[in-house]
Design a protein around this ligand. Structure first.
Ligand code: GDP
Ligand code: MG
Length: 164
């Protein structure tokens, strides 16, 4: 079966922007499930001849009026269940937050590959400082990218397919 990469992270870090960059117009049309608009969150893509599925877990909501904390927990669980590789996205502009640490705690329980992605990096002059801040999340050296501008996303994809 085709491998699956799930994008996880708190709201507003750029998950959907990254999803759109990876998947582009190639949204998968998958059978509907209650509360899940699967055609917006499931897509497929290809890099260097390697095809894989991508899930934007931010679009998976349990109940629309449920607490954000429960939503994120559910999204992380879906990722850990369905994905082979998890892209854990954080935001360089806001820096690390308590919610990022909560998500890290959830992801420590998985034996799936987790790649830490620091998004919204448009200025690469202080990479070490940015990397250092997020290194303490415990997922090794982060990938610094700009999903919006496509900076370093090719390097991230190289890393993803090397682990599929
Ligand atoms: P999500 O809630 O995690 O899915 O985040 P979105 O993809 O909806 O993005 C949230 C906001 O961050 C939007 O205003 C995006 O335009 C912005 N954003 C996403 N990626 C980048 C980036 O690489 N650089 C900058 N500067 N803004 C970004
Ligand atoms: Mg989103």
């Amino acid at each position: 079966a085709k491998s699956t990469v799930a994008i996880v992270g708190r709201p507003n870090v750029g998950k959907s922007t990254l999803f759109n960059r990876l998947v582009g117009g190639r949204r998968a049309i998958v059978e509907g499930k209650p509360n899940v608009t699967r055609d917006r969150i499931y897509g497929e893509t290809e890099w260097l001849g390697r095809k894989f599925n991508v899930i934007d877990t931010g679009g998976i909501v349990l109940h629309d009026n449920d607490k954000i904390k429960n939503q994120i927990k559910y999204q992380a669980e879906v990722a850990m269940e369905e994905a082979d590789i998890i892209l854990f996205v954080v935001d360089s502009r806001t820096g690390m937050t308590g919610v990022d640490e909560d998500i890290a705690q959830l992801l420590y329980r998985t034996n799936k590959e987790v790649i830490l992605v620091v998004n919204k990096v448009e200025d690469f002059s202080n990479q070490e400082e940015i990397g250092w801040e997020f290194y303490s999340l415990g997922f090794g050296d982060p990938y610094l990218i700009s999903a919006e501008h496509g900076k370093n996303t090719g390097e991230l994809l190289d890393e993803v397919i090397s682990k599929l």
